[in-house]
Design a protein around this ligand. Structure first.
Ligand SMILES: Cc1ncc(COP(=O)(O)O)c(C=O)c1O
Length: 462
């Protein structure tokens, strides 16, 4: 064995050993790596990433809905280097620095309507946590101190910090941490594929009004919704849904939060998801694609009306994080938005979302494929036991299907996507926004044989 080859092998096995011993991976069954390699991704380029053995993968998930502009951009790295040399760090507590100001103005310019005030965070959960605290303080300042509850939707994921977790509607994520921050209430989501018998799509928004009445309007402060709900598999809103939610929020003096941690920054073919569905929220929370994840950053964008009580006299928003609005993250976000504009990244999504969707829908001839849904570059395939009746898999069957076969097999064949069972089993596809027909072909070339085989293994009726 040549000595350089031996050195590379040693480095790889050392990384595996160190990873097994010391790295605590998130939402991960660490025991799964007792007898399997940890997938160690070492570099990325465009829509592709490479593992420690040099194997190439199509990143069909944009590294968890994050790397919108694609991997390995030297210009974005350079923006970070330039900023670090000029001013590595200064905080936004009582001070400002040029990049945070420029970025706040830039975001306000892209956001819908009068969403003009930007509060930075270091990620999505922090943005949601910030929004929930802002709503509570806003209502106290404006004479409604009991408006502390937040309405969210079943199976929605809004983050893991204790406040955000009270909005998250996934029992298995909440249960280990009970009791949660009080006030989280849940209503039906927009899963029209599995809508309760007798319900119409137009009833879905009414469920929010009903819940506000049930809780007592004087106790409900906010509603938090994603434009397209991620968990459960890309639930899109029915026609008129958000317009009706807006009316309900106005009627009951409830703040409407559009949680766009995933759905902003081009993912749905617009800067913000609210623009795609033509509604005006009071607050947007976002993260991920803001920097294309070249740095950890999120933010909350508030309307002039919500910000106003905090802007006068001795009042202030009693909240902050040391690193939020970090100069390097801000410089990276600015470079990311520049590149997206210059290179027509959002136009690319608009142009190609149709062909992307057509390719996914062509898989409906495979018996295990029950539904294809989503918008822009954010799509899900729901897997069913019987296509005609849309029969669901049991929990044990889902486990066998997703963890026992699909996740590993898709990765082995070079496709990174998400096989998820926080609702019914789905595969989510959300490639970098620079992807096009070539990547769609590659995705199909993996999905078709793997889903066909999955159907056979699960004895799906055809
Ligand atoms: C809609 C939504 N809100 C909040 C979060 C939490 O963001 P983070 O993981 O950056 O804390 C996520 C993460 O995926 C999300 O999708």
């Amino acid at each position: 064995m040549a000595s350089t080859e031996a050195a590379v092998r040693t480095e790889q096995s050392t990384l595996q050993e160190l990873g097994r011993r010391h790295l605590w991976m998130h939402f991960t069954r660490m025991s799964a790596y007792d007898d399997h390699d940890i997938p160690i991704i070492t570099r990325g380029e465009g829509c592709y990433v490479y593992d420690e053995h040099g194997n190439r993968y199509l990143d069909g998930l944009s590294a968890l809905f994050c790397v919108n502009i694609g991997h390995g951009r030297a210009d974005i790295a350079q923006a970070a280097v330039d900023q670090a040399k000029e001013l590595g760090f200064f905080t936004n507590w009582s001070y400002a620095h040029p990049r945070a100001i420029e970025l706040a103005a830039r975001i306000a310019g892209l956001a819908p309507g009068d969403l003009n005030r930007v509060f930075f965070t270091s990620g999505g959960s922090e943005a949601v946590e910030t929004a929930l605290k802002l709503c509570r303080q806003y209502h106290k300042l404006t004479g409604h101190p009991n408006k502390t509850k937040v309405i969210a939707r079943d199976i929605a994921y809004h983050g893991t910090s204790l406040g955000a977790l009270s909005a998250t509607g996934i029992t298995s994520l909440r249960e280990p941490f009970e009791p949660l921050t009080p006030g989280g209430c849940h209503v039906v989501n927009t899963n029209t594929f599995r809508m309760a018998h007798g319900m119409e799509p137009s009833d879905l928004a009414e469920a929010i009004a009903t819940r506000i009445e049930f809780e007592g309007p004087e106790t409900v402060g906010a509603v938090i919704l994603e434009p397209v709900q991620n968990a459960g598999g890309c639930f899109v809103p029915p026609e008129g849904y958000f317009q009706r939610v807006r009316e309900i929020c106005d009627e009951y003096n409830v703040i409407m939060i559009s949680d766009e941690v995933i759905c902003a920054w081009g993912r749905l073919g617009e800067w913000f998801g609210a623009q795609r569905y033509d509604y005006q929220p009071d607050i947007i929370t976002t993260a991920k694609g803001l920097t294309s994840a070249y740095a950890a950053m999120g933010c909350l964008i508030a309307s002039d009306r919500i910000a106003e009580p905090f802007m006068k006299g001795t009042e202030s928003f009693i909240h902050g994080f040391t690193f939020a609005g970090h100069p390097m993250a801000s410089a990276i976000a600015l470079a990311n938005i520049d590149a997206m504009e210059r290179e027509g990244v959002i136009e690319n999504v608009r142009q190609n979302e149709g062909p992307f969707r057509e390719m996914l829908e062509s898989l409906l001839d495979i018996p295990i494929v029950g539904d294809v849904r989503g918008a822009g570059y954010f799509n899900a395939i729901e897997l069913v036991k019987d296509q005609d009746s849309a029969e669901q898999f049991s929990d044990e069957e889902s486990e066998t299907l997703l963890r026992g076969f699909l996740s590993g097999e898709l990765y082995r064949r070079g496709l990174i996507c998400r096989a998820d069972d926080r609702g019914d089993p789905v595969i989510q596809l959300s490639p970098p926004l620079i992807a096009g027909p070539q990547q769609f072909e590659e995705i199909e070339a993996v999905l078709r044989p793997v889903l066909t085989e999955a159907g056979k293994r699960m004895r799906v009726r055809s």
